[in-house]
Write a new protein. Structure first.
Length: 532
């Protein structure tokens, strides 16, 4: 911060506030007077203080990834159907289902969505919970319903129509000996008209694996020329539909249900029903369409019905790893290539494998920019704390490029602290040379790394946070913004728990007060997550 800046105002210790309220107010004043973007929610200060929310604002006490499923469901008891369904989600708003946690619950409750298996981080536990709740209200599955009379909240904007872009490069970032294949992907925006800001994401319409498409067609005894319905209502040849419109890598519970109804062998039908219900021990687990067709040869519904049961092939969303000022006319991505061998067959992620192996030669693909809430503070002097292990480094590379550009233009330089982690420093330190250079020139103030496999005891970013708890708490009390990017199912939850613990130890808050403090931090726009 500027050494000539006046001292930040603070709430006196003897003021008539609880520790949680005093911590929140100090953070708010720091954000307001220290250059942050802190702003009061509608309703004024009373609406933002812990336990003093405006009556008109609907509360979602279960919308907390640190709570387990049973706790979330208990908190939602007695609420409308849509809210009880929402409480069964993983509470990460990661977007992998095509919804937010709230809007997915609403779509199921209203009958606009028929699959209970879309929540990727919630896995089978969420699917089973959703099915149990829906079983108590079967009308939700049979006919559209009016929405529950609740206050709506903002949802993610619809992805705009795509524009053609070209993939120029997919260079490997991980070194020799790494168990991971992470690529630095460069996309040319020339002629697309697409523009973005640091923190935004890009949506890419990656096609399916052509070898998987051909294997599925063979198993179905299809030529590929048969016309089948696509999600946009247009009938297309099956090969084209399976490649560009339908997701054959991740069939839904409605697909296994259809196969069960078509199975001529009772044992196959029974196992398919177990898969549909998400039962433990049902096989094959994590199956793509080819797995199902090979495992259940008597299950052969009509090609058109099978196509209707499959989910749409959605564009994949990637956090952009560049600033437009540092890479004009380009988008950079940090992509972990998903690969695993299951049932003697190598499986690849739809988009990551395409980007790594086929995209450069494929020609133009459709893309769009999704504006994000994940933004740098408007004032470049505001401190930022970034937690981004693995490919979660992507938006923070963009942030640091942007901060370096701001400083070069005389815009000032705020403190920046990065927590980065991966397996091995020698092979998995993504963008390590760039990060060290930013540390040397002052763009990056602090860099804490956690390479989990470089010592006998595994160390993760949340462990480094706890080690630096006093300084981290001070940065937050001085108006710092806290960002998390990366794995939704474990890392983001562990980081959230670590942050609560820091608030309790450093701020003297109890568990409920720490939770309220974090909620207040998020409402100020100072706790932001980009998780997947």
């Amino acid at each position: 911060m500027n050494a000539l800046a006046p001292p930040l105002p603070a709430i006196p210790e003897n003021a008539p506030f609880s520790p949680a309220q005093r911590a929140w107010l100090n953070g708010f004043l720091a954000g307001l007077y220290g250059g942050g973007q802190a702003g009061l929610p509608a309703g004024g200060p009373a609406a933002a203080l812990p336990g003093m929310s405006a009556a008109a604002e609907e509360e979602f006490p279960w919308h907390d990834p640190a709570l387990d499923l049973a706790e979330r469901q208990k908190l939602a008891e007695g609420r409308p159907l849509a809210r009880r369904l929402m409480a069964a989600m993983a509470q990460l708003d990661c977007g992998q289902c095509g919804y937010l946690c709230q809007t997915y619950g609403e779509a199921l409750a209203e009958g606009r969505e028929t699959s209970a298996g879309l929540c990727v981080p919630g896995e089978k536990a969420t699917m089973r919970a959703l099915k149990a709740i829906l079983a108590e209200a079967p009308a939700a599955l049979s006919a559209p319903r009016k929405p529950d009379p609740v206050t709506p909240v903002a949802v993610k904007p619809a992805t705009p129509p795509g524009r053609p872009v070209t993939v120029l490069e997919a260079a490997r970032l991980t070194g020799a000996g790494s168990a991971k294949d992470v690529r630095h992907v460069v996309i040319d925006l020339a002629g697309s008209g697409l523009v973005y800001e640091a923190g935004d994401s890009i949506s890419l319409a990656a096609p399916g694996d052509p070898s998987l498409v051909e294997a599925c067609l063979r198993a179905l005894g299809a030529s590929g020329e048969e016309r089948v319905p696509c999600p946009d209502g247009v009938a297309r040849p099956a090969r084209e539909a399976f490649t560009a419109y339908l997701d054959i890598a991740r069939p839904l519970d409605r697909s296994t249900e259809l196969l069960a109804m078509a199975a001529a062998v009772p044992a196959e039908a029974a196992m398919l029903r177990r898969l549909t219900d998400g039962e433990d021990g049902a096989e094959p687990q994590d199956a793509d369409l080819l797995d199902l067709l090979l495992a259940f040869p008597s299950a052969r519904p009509s090609l058109a019905d099978l196509a209707r049961s499959l989910p749409a092939l959605k564009p994949r969303l990637y956090s952009i790893a560049s600033s437009p000022r540092a890479a004009p006319g380009q988008v950079h991505l940090c992509v972990g290539v998903v690969q695993a061998t299951r049932r003697a067959r190598l499986r690849g992620g739809v988009a990551s494998s395409f980007l790594a192996e086929r995209a450069v030669a494929a020609g133009p693909i459709m893309a769009s920019i999704q504006a994000s809430h994940f933004r740098l503070p408007a004032d470049p002097a505001t401190p930022i704390i970034m937690v981004g292990p693995g490919t979660g480094i992507a938006p923070f590379r963009a942030f640091l490029q942007e901060r370096a550009s701001q400083a070069a233009r005389g815009g000032g330089r705020g403190r920046a602290w990065l927590f980065f982690g991966d397996r091995h420093a020698a092979s998995d330190f993504l963008y390590g040379p760039e990060l060290r250079a930013w540390l040397a020139d002052g763009t990056l103030t602090r860099l804490d790394t956690a390479f989990s496999r470089d010592q006998a005891q595994k160390i993760y970013v949340q462990d480094r946070m706890r080690e630096q708890a006093a300084d981290l708490w001070r940065w937050l009390q001085e108006g710092g913004h806290f960002y998390v990017c990366g794995d939704a199912s474990r890392m983001a939850r562990d980081v959230d728990a670590a942050l609560r613990g820091i608030a309790m130890r450093q701020g003297g808050l109890d568990e409920a007060q720490a939770r309220d403090w974090i909620v207040a931090l998020a409402r100020q726009g100072r706790y932001l997550r980009d998780v997947y």
